[in-house]
Design a protein around this ligand. Structure first.
Ligand code: ADP
Length: 383
């Protein structure tokens, strides 16, 4: 028997964060009658439109406990939230999905790669040095150039260094190790293209796999994507198989973004997993029967997952990245005249160089056709 003071959670779902991923999740939640609270500050993208705002920081264990008390299920919009803090929320009685024990592995690039390799999944050759003293031997084994990555807290290339020589690696090592609790070293993959697949997993069983996209990064940041990826059916099939197995190995409920390399000799190698909705899935809002955000909610709540098929022959997305530093002054007047282009602005108060300010999605008779529309509109958006 529960004491009469026991109250049901006020919100169905809480998100540890209030950025653009939380914003798009909130927008997907309203039509389903799902009430979402976010953890963040009033000026952040999701704050004005969430059903509830718990003011605080996802880095603060007390703030996580506060949102945990208000919600039926807690989920994430970034993989950096401390797994021990999330475990405390879970122990206090609020389920956290994906589960904190899984987060612990995924948020460490070295443990993640080891886990995927143990499952027999294809990954670039890698090594985990104990200290900079190991780099010479690793270089002999994997061959220069090598990609050095902070084990934790890397995103959009912050935390990565491509090193052509041992001297470069020795210079990069201390900063990367300090940023992220050690370093992962990978062979440099001379890929033909990068691919990504979103996989939605339902708490209680079942999954749904989205069509394969080609992602085009520049300077480590996603610039454009094409869907479906222009690859042979066998490659697409293999990318989906690998992504599905990788998401299963990561084991969480909700959406997992699986980033992969397609090599020039037609192999698929996993680059990394993101245990949350992902930039490589933003096109699914308009392009697929069920968006990644809706399926993330369905998955963590144990609801049946929605179909993932494309509703047009092709789709494309262009990210809107800041090109200056200063207050944002958005203007979509010209872009709004481009028929069929879906402009999304995240409502960030300040522009910064490379900052993700929004994106444009378009559908078309082919991915290339859609890309032309999306590029045209994107070129006209003022940030
Ligand atoms: P982040 O976590 O910062 O997004 P990633 O590990 O995904 O970093 O790397 C960002 C980009 O760097 C990738 O999309 C890819 O273009 C490039 N990259 C990463 N690892 C390798 C590698 N081993 N070989 C070649 N390019 C790589």
């Amino acid at each position: 028997m529960h004491p009469v003071t026991d109250t049901a959670p006020v919100y169905d779902v809480g998100i540890a964060g209030a950025g653009q991923l939380a914003q798009m999740t909130v927008l997907a939640a309203w039509p389903l009658g799902i009430r979402v609270a976010v953890l963040g500050q009033p000026g952040e993208p999701a704050a004005p439109m969430a059903a509830g705002l718990v003011e605080g920081d996802w880095k603060d264990p007390d703030a996580l406990m506060r949102i945990g008390r208000e919600v039926g299920v807690l989920t994430l919009e970034n993989e950096f939230v401390d797994a021990a803090f999330l475990m405390a929320v879970e122990d206090a009685g609020t389920p956290v999905r994906p589960h904190p024990a899984r987060m612990h592995v995924v948020q460490d690039k070295a443990l993640q790669k080891q886990r995927l390799a143990e499952e027999g999944l294809p990954v670039p050759r890698f090594a985990v040095p104990d200290s900079a003293g190991d780099l010479e031997a690793i270089g002999r084994d994997l061959a220069w150039p090598l990609m050095l990555k902070s084990r934790h807290l890397g995103y959009d290339g912050y935390g990565n260094a491509l090193c052509a020589t041992l001297d470069e690696a020795l210079a990069a090592y201390p900063g990367l190790a300090e940023r992220g609790g050690g370093v992962l070293v990978e062979e440099f993959v001379d890929f033909a293209r990068e691919l990504a697949v979103m996989v939605a997993r339902r708490h209680g069983g079942g999954d749904a796999v989205y069509p394969v996209v080609e992602t085009r990064q520049h300077d480590h940041v996603l610039r454009e994507l094409l869907c479906p990826a222009p690859v042979d059916p066998e490659v697409s099939h293999e990318a989906k198989r690998v992504a599905r197995a990788a998401a299963e190995a990561a084991g969480g409920a909700g959406v997992t973004g699986v980033e992969m390399f397609h090599t020039k000799d037609d192999r698929i190698l996993i680059n990394e997993l993101a245990p949350r909705p992902h930039n490589s899935g933003h096109h699914t809002i308009e392009a697929c029967v069920t968006s990644q955000f809706e399926n993330h909610l369905r998955g963590i709540l144990g609801l049946p997952l929605g179909p993932t098929e494309l509703i047009a022959p092709g789709a494309a997305l262009v990210n809107l990245l800041g090109e200056r530093d200063g207050p944002s002054a958005p203007d979509i007047t010209e872009a709004a005249a481009v028929g069929g282009a879906h402009v999304h602005l995240y409502g960030k108060a300040d522009v910064r160089v490379r900052r993700k300010m929004g994106h444009v999605t378009a559908l078309g008779s082919s991915p290339e056709d859609a890309l032309e529309t999306a590029r045209l509109a994107a070129s006209m958006v003022r940030l």
